[in-house]
Design a protein around this ligand. Structure first.
Ligand code: NAD
Ligand code: UDP
Length: 343
């Protein structure tokens, strides 16, 4: 079976993608500098799957390390997940984001060009849509982009760089996947999200309140123009997302993909859940009360963000299967079994 390179494959989404690729029969090489992950995720994936992935510790800004990798392995396609992803840090340290996300991706694409590796899937984010009006929900891929922070800008830049390289590279085919809000964990509870430091996002924060590591969930704003007043997002189970990547690779290596094109595809469920919906679903999953209080709105938050995922269904034959209850149950199973993550 073809060999797939997963940059950032030791991370939250990457580890689930690698597992799903292995279980679909692909061989996988993981390239990760472990700056935001642990090699334990890869060891566990190896134990859970049909065949262990090859792990290479390295940085996507290191062209020589990438050359060595491409010389040693006959890579059919690259899934490029490696990068920095904290919106707040991208505002205070934009230089890190332009260096790792933009310069790092360019270094990777140059190495692919040097070694004739012509198929790439890029992990982008719905954040590239910026702050679209609530009337545009659910958003399809035609909604104009307009990222409002350096993180989102770097994601859009890399989309454009990959699109331009693909448009002229003989035999090149790529895909951009725009994820909505990935949450949950593998049903085994063996792998999951392991944020270093303070968790900014809703699911990891609730998970830490549930284990007693944090005292109370702050619900950021209950005066939004939504049925219960709290903001709405399109949460997607990470295993659904992982399956979407396998479909993306199947598509790129199959007969339907078109040379020199880089389709953009939303990966979301198409259904929104409010912060209060999520809190209630977590309480149901845990079977106990989770302390919460209403707090002021968080700067930069939008009222509603929700995907129109029709294109993913039509082009890739993919649609999300798991609902909010399953996302909370699986996330909780992982957190309860690993209260300190991989540490
Ligand atoms: P993560 O931090 O868990 O995974 C990223 C991985 O990349 C980590 O294992 C990290 O060690 C590695 N990495 C970082 N810099 C590197 C470098 N210079 N060289 C090699 N490896 C490096 O994050 P994640 O949530 O799994 O996100 C994966 C991708 O998906 C990222 O590109 C992110 O921007 C994108 N994304 C994530 C979300 C989300 O909510 N989690 C949403 C949309 C898009
Ligand atoms: N949120 C919240 N309390 C928290 C973290 C997040 O109320 O401790 C809200 C946040 O304001 C947003 C939603 O939960 O409306 C999802 O936030 P997250 O940071 O997970 O995702 P994003 O903002 O990137 O969509």
């Amino acid at each position: 079976m073809p060999k797939i390179l997963a940059t950032g494959g030791a991370g939250f989404i990457g580890s689930h993608v690698v597992l799903e690729l292995l279980n679909s029969g692909y061989e996988v090489v993981v390239f990760d500098n472990l700056s935001n992950s642990s090699v334990k995720s890869i060891e566990r994936v190896g134990r859970m799957s049909n065949g262990a992935p090859v792990f290479i510790e390295g940085d996507i800004r290191d062209g020589a390390a990438l050359d060595a990798l491409f010389e040693a392995h006959d890579i059919a396609a690259v899934i490029h997940l490696a990068g920095l992803k904290a919106v707040g840090e991208s505002v205070s340290h934009p230089e890190r984001y332009y260096d790792v996300n933009v310069a790092g991706s360019t270094c990777l694409f140059n190495a692919m060009l040097r070694h004739g590796v012509k198929h790439g899937v890029f992990s982008s984010s719905a954040t590239v849509y910026g702050e679209p009006a609530p009337e545009t929900m659910p958003m399809d891929e035609h909604v104009p982009t307009g990222p409002v922070n350096p993180y989102g800008k770097t994601k859009l830049m890399v989309e454009q760089i990959l699109t331009d390289i693909t448009s002229v590279g003989p035999g090149w085919r790529s895909l951009v996947l725009r994820y909505f809000n990935p949450v949950g964990a593998h049903t085994s509870g063996q792998i999951g999200e392991d944020p270093l430091g303070f968790p900014d996002n809703l699911f990891p924060f609730i998970a830490q309140v549930a284990t007693g590591r944090r005292k109370i969930l702050n619900i950021f704003g209950d005066d939004y123009d939504t049925p219960d007043g709290t903001a709405i997002r399109d949460y997607i189970h990470v295993m659904d997302l992982a399956r979407g990547h396998v479909k993306a690779i199947d598509y790129l290596l199959g007969s339907k993909a078109v040379d020199n094109e880089t389709p953009v595809v939303n990966l979301g469920t198409g259904h929104g859940a409010s912060v209060k919906d999520v809190h209630a679903a977590w309480e149901a999953a845990c079977g106990f009360k989770i302390a919460a209080q209403v707090a002021p709105r968080r700067a930069g938050d939008v009222t509603i963000y929700c995907a129109d995922a029709t294109k993913a269904k039509e082009m890739l034959g993919w649609e999300a299967e798991f609902d909010l209850a399953k996302m909370c149950e699986d996330h909780w199973r992982w957190q309860a079994a690993n209260p300190e993550g991989y540490r």
